[in-house]
Design a protein around this ligand. Structure first.
Ligand SMILES: Nc1nc2c(ncn2[C@@H]2O[C@H](COP(=O)(O)OP(=O)(O)OP(=O)(O)O)[C@@H](O)[C@H]2O)c(=O)[nH]1
Ligand SMILES: [Mg+2]
Length: 345
């Protein structure tokens, strides 16, 4: 089955992709269970079953790491519910959409190598190429995967480039520390790899290189919306995190402080891209339960952008040139919930 992909989630192995989506599901269940503004929010798996958000330890994908991480995983929909006012048919017609969300990881190898060596794995090949065409992306920056152990190597110009995004030799990571000298963070699976700031940056740089090369259906450049999420924020200072959930500048500051100046300038110099930084946490280490912080905002932003784009494309296709009609579409579209002080979920 070929899915039109709306949102691709990219992050190195173990960066928290599966947790982010489950925690998003949990936040939706907790905060929007009774509908919102005349809509129900539904998240289904590929078989069309509603996601049952269990505790993290009960989810095999989180416990063991996702084995088939490179395929379409979830579908999110906004559907009209019985609380929608009967007179606003048109509004709900404009605002009910579904989005396929896919997770792609890069288990320490660089994307170039993955694209060249998909071998017989047609699904992977298709999934990767579909991701490169996706107009909406979530990039995961996981500071707990960072290691400083290669710092001396990092400063030797050239060598790092030759190494590309190759992972450090796999190990138990036990002697690595996070940048804040936090206690070392347990690794998700044996194949999870740690990266230096420079290696992480090189992976993102590779990704952007491929994204820039990928073209749309008619060979046009693709303008992308990318949510850059600093994940596992429960390991960061909570005061800073709360600020960063609400302030773009504070979120950029965290990216700068955790991932370095190089990462920040790499992200900010991308052309043909609208980037928004987010700080998210799916759970905490201590309890076996989801503790969503900031997780809904990157998704809502991208869904809304995808829907507006779809509406604009449709009206163009139907050559609806009347300004009046366009205005009608614009003003009848219902936005997603927006961040409300003081609860930053
Ligand atoms: N403390 C904390 N741990 C997290 C968070 N998100 C994920 N984890 C843990 O990080 C590990 C990896 O999370 P996953 O969600 O499996 O990451 P993934 O990117 O889907 O991993 P793969 O599918 O193996 O590529 C697991 O042990 C999670 O419990 C978070 O927000 N806070
Ligand atoms: Mg996973």
């Amino acid at each position: 089955m070929e899915f039109a992909l709306d949102v691709a989630l990219w992050g190195p192995k173990g960066s928290g992709k599966t947790s982010l989506i489950y925690s998003f599901g949990e936040a939706i269940n907790q905060d929007y269970a009774n509908g919102y503004d005349g809509f129900d929010f539904l998240i289904k798996d590929v078989s069309g079953n509603l996601i049952n958000v269990k505790a993290p330890s009960e989810i095999e994908d989180v416990r063991e790491g996702t084995r088939e991480a490179r395929q379409v995983n979830w579908q999110f929909s906004r559907v009209r519910n019985q609380n929608a006012p009967t007179h606003s048919e048109y509004t709900y017609e404009q605002s009910c959409h579904s989005h396929w969300i896919s997770f792609i990881d890069d288990a320490g190898r660089n994307l170039t190598e993955m694209l060249e060596n998909t071998g017989d794995n047609m699904d992977l090949d298709r999934a990767l190429r579909r991701m490169l065409r996706a107009k909406h992306l979530i990039l995961l920056l996981d500071h707990t995967l960072l290691t400083e152990s290669n710092e001396t190597l990092d400063s030797s110009a050239g060598l790092q480039e030759q190494l590309g995004a190759y992972a450090l030799p796999e190990g138990n990571g036990g002697d690595s520390t996070s940048p804040n000298s936090e206690p070392s963070v347990p690794l998700a699976t044996e194949s999870t790899v740690r990266l230096t700031q420079n290696q992480y940056k090189t992976q993102i740089s590779n990704l952007f290189g491929h994204l820039t090369k990928a073209r749309g259906e008619n060979n046009e450049p693709i303008h992308r919306k990318i949510a850059v999420c600093v994940t596992k924020a429960d390991w960061l200072d909570q005061g800073r995190v709360e600020k960063a959930v609400r302030s773009e500048d504070a979120a950029w500051d965290i990216i700068h402080d955790e991932f370095g100046k190089g990462m920040l300038s790499l992200l900010r110099r991308q052309e043909n891209v609208t980037l928004k930084p987010y700080v998210t946490s799916a759970k905490t280490e201590s309890k076996d339960e989801w503790r969503p912080l900031g997780v809904v905002w990157p998704f809502f932003w991208l869904f809304e952008e995808a829907e507006k784009r779809q509406i604009a494309d449709q009206s163009q296709k139907r050559s609806i040139r009347s300004t009046l009609f366009r205005k009608k579409i614009k003003y009848s579209y219902r936005p997603f919930p927006s961040l409300q002080w003081p609860d930053g979920r």
